[in-house]
Design a protein around this ligand. Structure first.
Ligand SMILES: [Cu+2]
Length: 313
């Protein structure tokens, strides 16, 4: 994932909701610009031109009436436009085929892809995939404090409130990787609480989803097997799940398909062997205050563990 290929902009809408919001933004921008220019022109005019004729109250009264009328009409148009946009983005009026339960944590995102068949549900973290051209419902809530889901290319903001679930509809029409950001201050690492949404063709999405549903791959080499043993006898299992092993913790992100993600720690670091090593030994230096404690592992064990984690495709 190259930073340059990732978009995070309200002005480059990639779906219908974002397009509505961008249109409203441009309307308000041009109206405000026009108001600014007109008012400035009057101010400059008042300074430059000296009054030579006596004041005429009738002309003044007409001017004030026109000014007030123009203001009322402008504000009314903006009100109607924003109410209309609010309604237009509220729902896509279609039955959705993809439902994602998204939960905010200090400071990462937990996602469960829902399915009518319970065995087809799966859990992942920090990186969503969605099919292009199909409406997606996100059911959002929070595990701790108020967070806010915001992927500017796809939709406006939606608060994640503890103990309360709300639904937000979105759709991507243009394939791409869109960066999201927690948009409600939620503590020390609020700024490092990013989220990536990959919008891709239906085929690519279904392939991704099929793979995510699977349990973790069984190690095929001795080193990967030993690495799994390191994982399973360390504290990792208290907080992390790797489906298909006894590790079933829920404090931290699900690691079953860790190696399919482009970043770790909610967009903080690229998912490379070196960064993973640094993160596992001392995640506090990369993301101070985060909920994962440092781990002191012998160098050999760490290398085996990394080899295992890299197999989790
Ligand atoms: Cu936040």
């Amino acid at each position: 994932m190259h930073a340059a290929s990732v978009l995070q902009s309200v002005l480059a809408p990639a779906g219908p909701q974002a397009a509505h919001i961008a249109r409203l933004w441009w309307l308000m921008f041009w109206v405000a610009t026009a108001v600014f220019v007109i008012v400035s022109a009057f101010v400059v005019g008042a300074i430059v031109w000296k009054r030579t004729e006596p004041r005429r109250d009738d002309v003044l009264r007409v001017a004030v009436t026109l000014g007030v009328a123009a203001t009322v009409v402008t504000l009314f148009v903006l009100l109607v436009a924003s109410v209309w946009t609010g309604r237009a983005v509220a729902s896509l009026g279609a039955s959705s085929t993809v439902t994602i339960e998204l939960t905010g944590h200090q400071w990462w995102w937990e996602a469960v892809y829902d399915d009518g068949t319970p065995s087809q549900r799966f859990r992942t973290a920090n990186e969503l995939h969605i099919p292009v051209g199909r409406p997606v419902v996100l059911k959002v809530t929070s595990h701790d404090v108020i967070h806010s889901f915001w992927v500017p290319n796809l939709h406006g903001k939606r608060d994640l409130i503890p103990g309360y679930t709300t639904a937000i509809w979105l759709q991507a029409d243009t394939p791409g990787i869109y960066r999201g950001q927690c948009a409600e201050f939620c503590g020390l690492q609020h700024a490092r609480m990013a989220l990536y949404v990959t919008a891709e063709s239906n085929d690519a999405f279904e392939r991704w989803r099929m793979n995510q549903r699977r349990e973790a791959v069984q190690p095929t080499t001795d080193n990967a097997r030993l690495g799994r043993d390191v994982f399973l006898r360390s504290t990792c299992t208290q907080c992390h799940t790797i489906r298909g092993t006894i590790a079933g913790g829920a404090m931290g992100p699900d690691l079953t398909h860790l190696a399919t993600r482009g970043t770790i720690a909610a967009g903080t670091l690229p998912n490379t062997r070196g960064h993973l090593a640094g993160w596992i030994l001392d995640s506090q230096s990369a993301k101070p205050g985060n909920q994962m404690p440092p781990n002191s592992l012998p160098a050999g064990d760490l290398q085996l563990l990394l080899t295992y984690l890299e197999t989790l495709k």
